[in-house]
Design a protein around this ligand. Structure first.
Ligand code: AMP
Length: 284
């Protein structure tokens, strides 16, 4: 695997590679890799001639200094995992490379897509996400870019970005990988104590319950039951439990088409903020 720390040599490499009419798949990450990230890399390898993964803990998407400082960083292990998966290129820039002095992030308001849910509880988060993904796309020029459904709203934001800016890249969204007990894999899980890890399970439990009862309860009842499930843990502090249209992210009053609706939860578990979601059809 080739490792690039700077934009210019990576750009030159990609430029040369492209002249051979080859396809490029791209997996942007913040590192602390787990099997969920690896599943994206493997899919990219399967579908493209060259796979580029980036690891960059993007400061502009953090609205909480402690969360940024405590974000796990495990570069050596990440490199081993990527090499084992067969990744071709790792781009691992530092902050100054991506944000030279004086760099100002733009602000984007695409309605509920950027401003509801994560956007409401993490102001500016998606401005940072859009900025960094846009910059990375410009360097890597991928044909396909891979994202996890785990970050459902992020996927919606990226799809909107590609449409807004006519970017010639196909966005490929891959299913959420879970632990055997249901907990969604997340880099932040490593920060959970044993007790918190146990309670974190309540998030996926609540989502599975919503899905199981979506046919015989109202949206209000489903949200109330999920609130009760999370409330059964003493360490859980939910920020939102929502059932929305999966395309517009507008709140739903009733679930007419389960495949068009998604339930999303964000909750603090002790000092760790976790998110998860489930599309309310049967095939997940
Ligand atoms: P992150 O490093 O957390 O920013 O995630 C990088 C990419 O991996 C994003 O597209 C995430 O949605 C995706 N991802 C994170 N967790 C999972 C998971 N459990 N299953 C599948 N993809 C994931």
């Amino acid at each position: 695997m080739l490792l690039f720390r700077q934009i210019a040599p990576l750009r030159a490499y990609i430029h040369q590679y492209r002249s051979g009419n080859k396809t490029i798949g791209f997996v942007p990450t913040m590192g602390a890799l787990h099997a969920g990230h690896v599943s994206l890399v493997e899919q990219s390898i399967h579908e493209n001639d060259l796979t580029v993964c980036s690891i960059f803990v993007n400061p502009t998407q953090f609205n909480n200094a402690e969360d940024l400082a405590k974000y796990p960083r495990t570069l050596e292990n990440d490199i081993l995992m990527l090499e084992k998966a067969g990744c071709d290129v790792l781009f691992h820039p530092d902050g100054a490379e991506m944000y030279p002095d004086g760099f100002v992030t733009q602000q984007y308001n695409w309605g509920p897509v950027t401003h509801s849910l994560e956007g409401a509880f993490r102001p500016g988060h998606f401005d940072g996400v859009i900025t960094i993904v846009q910059k990375l796309f410009e360097v890597v020029t991928p044909d396909k870019a891979y994202f996890g459904q785990k970050d459902f709203q992020q996927c919606a934001v990226i799809e909107r970005m590609v449409t807004e800016f006519d970017m010639p890249v196909e966005i490929c969204i891959r299913p959420t990988l879970r632990e055997a007990d249901g907990l969604a894999l997340s880099s932040r899980n490593t920060r959970l104590s044993a007790e918190e890890r146990q309670e974190a399970l309540l998030i996926s439990k609540a989502l599975y319950e919503i899905k199981a009862h979506r046919g015989n309860q109202t949206v209000g009842e489903l949200v109330a039951s999920a609130t009760g499930t999370l409330g059964s843990g003493s360490l859980m502090k939910p920020e939102y439990i929502a059932i929305v249209d999966r395309y517009t992210l507008e709140p739903l009053e009733s679930i007419d088409k389960p495949g068009d609706s998604v339930a999303l939860i964000a909750s603090w578990c002790g000092n760790v903020r976790l998110i998860d979601n489930m599309i309310l059809n049967d095939s997940q």
